[in-house]
Design a protein around this ligand. Structure first.
Ligand SMILES: Cc1cc2nc3c(=O)[nH]c(=O)nc-3n(C[C@H](O)[C@H](O)[C@H](O)COP(=O)(O)OP(=O)(O)OC[C@H]3O[C@@H](n4cnc5c(N)ncnc54)[C@H](O)[C@@H]3O)c2cc1C
Length: 370
């Protein structure tokens, strides 16, 4: 595949805002980038507008990037399975390299959930290019202690670098005709004569349709972009810890009983996390040292070396959370939609979510089903 390298989007001509376009995508996080890529692939004139000076300035830029085919929520699992196949496929990327680091992914559950895991393994094994199996009664697998849990093992899953993915999609979108505008904040959207007009810090754009992929900012959206199904921001905090020999290499894991998770970063570091249940948390809140200590203790059940490991850094951010499962929510304006909150898991679903959202916009935005 030809096209720009993953670092190219900022070098593309962003120029003046167009006066009109087919679809305005608000937000150049991983979700907006995927939507923009899929719309541009289908030949739709698309304009991506991002308030920050570059891509991935929100949750995407702080994300752990763990990806696997399984999720206890079937609607998320349906998005995650085909997304994993995209992350594994070099032909889908302008760089010619698949972004997936296939270190393996372990999902630990209560042993009573074993039948659900076996069903999930069947579904994953039916999907292209992915595989899974269930283990029970084992102490450890792929460097992860199971603490009497059952585990779904996905050897072909792992993690991706979310900003690299975002840049690659934006580069492909620009190559396919999209315009991309950093440092441009959307101030509001209004209806004029049945079509949306987007007011931005750099001028107005008349659009066939608008989709807000504004992540946690969807909780306090600009005028006209409030979704019918509410989204709230919730804190997510992770730590990077040193992994010294003889601590073994390990797969990514999440224990669904406690929510603790980890993934390797490189040969000597791992990322660890645990739910941080602080609602309406601003994106740049100060880190919580007590939670960082509690996370290391909780992860130590699965990675015994982690409890006493040196904490190299602590990253606190937030994501958009909502209860709805539809990928798009209506707003009060015709032809204007908002993307669902990804509840701390938007990287693992972004390839398929962007494809489906682009298709939904094509069928709804330019018809009367607004
Ligand atoms: C610490 C952390 C770890 C995570 N780990 C994982 C993981 O391991 N696996 C996983 O799948 N998910 C993970 N997630 C969740 C995942 O990163 C998010 O669900 C995903 O990145 C959301 O992407 P997004 O594009 O929807 O939102 P964002 O990345 O937040 O992007 C929204 C964009 O909209 C822009 N914007 C907002 N308002 C405006 C406006 N008015 N005008 C113009 N632009 C605007 C913002 O600047 C931002 O760039 C993690 C998240 C965090 C914070």
């Amino acid at each position: 595949m030809t096209g720009p390298t993953p670092d190219a989007p900022t070098a593309c001509p962003t120029g003046e805002l167009p006066r009109s376009t087919g679809v305005v995508v608000v937000g150049a996080g991983i979700t907006g980038a995927s939507i923009g890529h899929h719309l541009a692939l289908r030949g739709i004139p698309v304009t991506v507008v991002e308030q920050a000076p570059g891509p991935g300035a929100g949750a995407t830029g702080r994300s752990g990037g763990m990806v696997r085919g399984y999720d206890p929520d079937p609607a998320i699992g349906e998005l995650a399975r085909p997304s994993l196949a995209v992350y594994r496929d070099p032909a889908r990327w302008a760089s010619g390299r698949a972004p997936l680091r296939a270190v393996g992914a372990i999902t630990v559950t209560d042993p009573a959930d074993e039948p659900a895991l076996r069903g999930a393994a069947d579904r994953i094994n039916r999907a292209p290019d992915t595989s899974a199996y269930v283990v029970t009664g084992r102490d450890e697998i792929m460097g992860v202690r199971l603490d009497d849990g059952a585990a779904l093992v996905e050897p072909d899953a792992g993690w991706v670098p979310p900003v690299e993915v975002t840049r690659d999609w934006l580069g492909q979108a620009v190559t396919n005709g999209a315009s991309l505008h950093y440092g441009t904040r959307v101030l509001g959207v209004e209806d004029r004569g049945g079509r949306p007009v987007v007011r931005t810090s750099a001028g107005e754009i008349r659009a066939g349709a608008v989709v807000a992929a504004t992540g946690l900012w969807t909780a306090r959206p600009p005028q006209g972009l409030r979704p019918s199904s509410p989204v709230r921001s919730r804190s997510i905090q992770i730590s990077i810890v040193r992994r010294e020999p003889p601590a073994p290499a390990h797969a990514t894991f999440i224990d669904l009983r406690t929510g603790v998770y980890a993934r390797p970063v490189d040969a000597n570091h791992s990322l660890i996390g645990m739910p941080h249940l602080v609602w309406d948390s601003p994106f740049d809140s100060a880190s919580d040292p007590a939670h960082a200590r509690a996370t290391a203790q909780a992860v130590g059940i699965h990675l015994p070396w982690a409890a006493a490991a040196e904490q190299v850094s602590v990253v606190r951010a937030a994501d958009g959370y909502g209860e709805h499962s539809a990928i798009l929510a209506r707003t009060r304006l015709p032809h204007v939609w908002s993307v669902r909150g990804w509840n701390g898991g938007g990287v693992k679903t972004a390839p398929e979510a962007g494809r489906r959202i682009a298709n939904a916009l094509l069928t709804r935005a330019f018809t009367h089903d607004a």
